[in-house]
Ligand binder design. Structure first.
Ligand code: SAH
Length: 276
């Protein structure tokens, strides 16, 4: 336990351990830091070339930061959240490529299980197994994943129609249906997947995969090692094919922040850190 968690809270009780909230890129945090600034003010600590923003958002004490891109960046950032800021749990929000056959741009995927698709120490260890840890799949915390999925459903139900009006030109799905919320396997690797051949290979190797990204399973591994609850929510920015980089870039610029802002607002407003 570090000294920050020993500082007294308002009633003389130990202050609540904060929730760690992270994304890879600034657009993926939506209005979170501005909301923190307005609600409680922000204290920023810089460590390992990253800014950690401390304050309260929608009533929840949080440490908000950007991991930047890739598994090493994500693991290093989560390690600091655990050791320096004593977070009680970690939530990652961001975008991802859709891999599941029914996962479309504009849908949302909440990770239940996460796996590093580029881990391969064959023939010493089975494909995808993390050497010396005896596992390839890491589970998100059930309660956090349930709460995130419920927040996504509320976001779509309340704001889906307005989103459709704003973004239907960019998201063909909005012409026929509102975004869907999926739950299941999220796969991570140090690779921006951007070809039909690459996404087909991932589907063949990992038939249940819903989304591919570059950080989630690294975060889940570190949280597993420290017995800390974690959850990952990803809005689908592209379908990991030849159009991925164009689709990713315009989604990131125009739309990702709207999703993160809405999903996190619903999630944090009903967050109960009971028993942690
Ligand atoms: N900084 C660069 C590169 C971002 S890489 C830029 O802004 O252009 C893509 C990011 O989005 C990663 O953090 C990854 O987690 C996620 N992502 C979205 N689509 C992806 C895909 N098709 N393959 C892998 N990661 C993807």
């Amino acid at each position: 336990m570090n000294s920050s968690s020993l500082q007294p809270g308002a009633a003389g009780q130990p202050a609540a351990r904060p929730l760690g909230v992270l994304a890879a890129l600034p657009q993926e945090l939506g209005d979170l830091i501005a909301t923190m600034q307005a609600e409680s003010g922000v204290v920023t600590r810089t460590l390992g070339r990253r800014d950690y923003h401390l304050g309260t958002v929608h009533g929840v004490p949080c440490v908000v930061t950007l991991a930047r891109v890739g598994k090493v960046a994500a693991a290093a950032t989560v390690s600091a959240l655990i050791h320096v800021f004593d977070v009680q749990a970690v939530v990652f929000t961001g975008v991802a490529g859709g891999v599941g056959p029914d996962v479309h741009v504009g849908d949302v995927v909440v990770g239940e299980t996460l796996l590093q698709h580029d881990m391969n120490a064959e023939p010493l260890f089975p494909r995808h197994e993390i050497p010396l840890l005896a596992r390839s799949r890491f589970n998100a915390d059930d309660a956090l994943a349930d709460a995130l999925a419920a927040a996504c459903e509320r976001f779509v139900a309340q704001e889906g129609a307005a989103l459709a009006e704003r973004f239907s030109a960019a998201l063909p799905r909005f012409k026929t249906a509102l975004p869907r919320v999926h739950r299941g396997l999220v796969i991570s690797g140090d690779q921006f997947v951007a070809s039909a051949a690459a996404v087909d290979a991932l589907r063949a190797a990992l038939p249940g995969a819903l989304a591919v990204e570059m950080e989630g399973a690294a975060i889940a591994q570190v949280c597993y090692e420290y017995d800390l609850p974690c959850a990952v929510v990803r809005t689908i920015s592209d379908t990991a094919d030849e159009h991925a980089s164009t689709s990713f870039s315009s989604f990131l610029t125009d739309i990702a922040g709207t999703y993160s802002t809405g999903i996190l607002r619903h999630f944090l407003a009903s967050y109960t850190p009971a028993g942690r």
